[in-house]
Every structure is written in structure tokens, then in C-alpha cells.
Design a protein around this ligand. Structure first.
Ligand code: MN
Length: 255
């Protein structure tokens, strides 16, 4: 326990060697006790998957990180329930290589790590660094910058009431200077590219999901905030019930 009394469980979906995780651990150690439990390999796009049918093994690396041959969700469960055996002040997932904005949050292993923390009743934060691709190298936000932006948000929330089953999705713009953090709502993305069809060297067809994302540029969304240079902080909730549709659906089903 450090003087602050704060404790952090860290995970990510880019794997235990990822520079974003190393930077986050270094920065949060300035605020409190840090325990890292991370997947042994790249898990981006794994979403909220949990391992139920194969055993999980834990090893330590030279930095003291606990490395699990599972998903970010596995790591948070093992971290809280086994390694710590008590709830930390925060679960923090990241810093992810690439943004997790709008509809993409449901694919994200980083966001899922924070979701699992929220399900375990721990205030939880996902942190992602949007690509600075195209900006000159000296203007690109580093993982250290992104970790510090997240730490500034966390410091303001420490010890304050945090709603149950809620997590914060923090996205940091890829280009500096960073503007102040703003609270946003989840935006919407549509892929323009759809399914790309190609032929492999043996003449067989294969497919690639993707293309350049197209965003609905509505004010107040995570994507718009980031595009304007702000650190975006979106509260997400795990109750996915569409309460707006409840009355109509009830009427339609005659129940
Ligand atoms: Mn990732």
C-alpha cells in the first residue's frame, strides 16, 4: 500500500509486451500500487470473450507482470479474484494501440477488460490512443502522454462515488497538443469499405472485412471530440436494455 492508498489492476489486449501497457504501469505507479495481469499475446478484437474450456496458466516476467494465456476478461478475473484477492481502487485497461470509439467498443478487448472490472464492482477505465498516422513524428502523442492524460482523469475520480456496472472509455487523440478532457457520448461508425474480395496465389477467393471507417459527425460524440483534439471520456453502462423501445415492444407483443 502506498501513501495514496490507491491500488490499480492493469490489463490490455495488445499483449504483455505492448509499450502502451508498460507506459501505463510506469505512470500509475506514481499514484499508487500497480499490479499488471495481461494476455501473453495480441488479443485485439477479442471483445468480452472468456475462457471456459481450457485451463489458464500464469507466469511472471522480469518486470513482475503476471502473464496469462487468456483474454483480457480472463486476466481481470484472475487479477481481482486470485492474484489480488481483493478489489483494487481501479481496473485500468490499455493504453491500447488505436482508438476505441463509437460502435467499435463492442469489439474491443481493451474496453472488455474494463467491462469485466465493472462487473466485479470495481471502478474501471479503458484507455486508448488514437492513431497519429499522418502527423509528423514529433507531433504524435506518445503512450506516456496518453497514460498521463488518463491518470489526470483517474486522479479526479479517486475516492469519489462511482456508479455500479459503469466504466469509462477514454480515448486520447493521436496528435498533440492535447486539449482538455471532455465528457462525451458514444458515437456511430459505418464502414464504407464493406467486404473486400481478393484472390490468393492459388486462385482461391478470400475476404477481408474493413475499408476506411466513416463516422457520423454528431456534436458531443467521442469521435468528434477526438477529431477536435480533446481527450474523450465516455461513461458506458453494462445494462444494454433499450429502455426507449420497451413500451412499443411491450405493445407489439401484446404482453
Ligand atoms: Mn488492442
Amino acid at each position: 500500500m502506498t501513501a495514496s492508498g490507491l491500488s490499480f489492476l492493469l490489463t490490455n489486449d495488445d499483449g504483455s509486451h505492448a509499450p502502451g501497457l508498460v507506459a501505463l504501469a510506469r505512470v500509475l505507479r506514481e499514484l499508487g500500487e500497480v499490479t499488471v495481469v495481461a494476455p501473453d499475446r495480441e488479443m485485439s478484437g477479442i471483445g468480452h470473450a472468456i475462457t471456459l474450456h481450457t485451463p489458464l496458466r500464469i507466469r511472471r516476467n522480469d518486470e513482475g507482470f503476471h502473464i496469462v494465456d487468456g483474454t483480457p476478461t480472463d486476466c481481470v478475473n484472475i487479477g481481482v479474484l486470485k492474484i489480488l484477492g481483493t478489489r483494487p481502487s481501479f481496473v485500468v485497461a490499455g493504453v491500447n494501440r488505436g482508438g476505441n470509439l463509437g460502435d467499435d467498443v463492442t469489439y474491443s478487448g481493451t474496453v472488455a477488460g474494463a467491462m469485466e472490472g465493472a462487473l466485479l464492482d470495481v471502478p474501471s477505465v479503458a484507455v486508448s490512443l488514437v492513431s497519429g498516422h499522418g502527423a509528423p513524428p514529433e507531433e504524435r502523442t506518445t503512450f506516456e502522454d496518453a497514460a498521463r492524460a488518463a491518470a489526470a482523469v483517474i486522479r479526479k475520480l479517486a475516492g469519489k462515488p462511482f456508479p455500479q456496472r459503469t466504466l469509462l472509455n477514454v480515448n486520447v487523440p493521436g496528435k498533440k497538443p492535447l486539449k482538455e478532457a471532455v465528457v462525451t457520448r458514444q458515437g456511430r461508425r459505418t464502414y464504407s469499405g464493406g467486404i473486400v474480395e481478393k484472390t490468393d496465389p492459388r486462385g482461391k477467393t478470400y475476404f477481408w472485412i474493413g475499408g476506411e471507417p466513416v463516422w457520423e459527425s454528431e456534436e458531443g460524440t467521442d469521435q468528434v471530440a477526438v477529431s477536435l483534439g480533446h481527450v474523450s471520456v465516455t461513461p458506458l453502462h453494462l445494462d444494454l436494455t433499450d429502455t426507449r423501445f420497451l413500451p412499443d415492444l411491450t405493445r407489439l407483443l401484446g404482453s
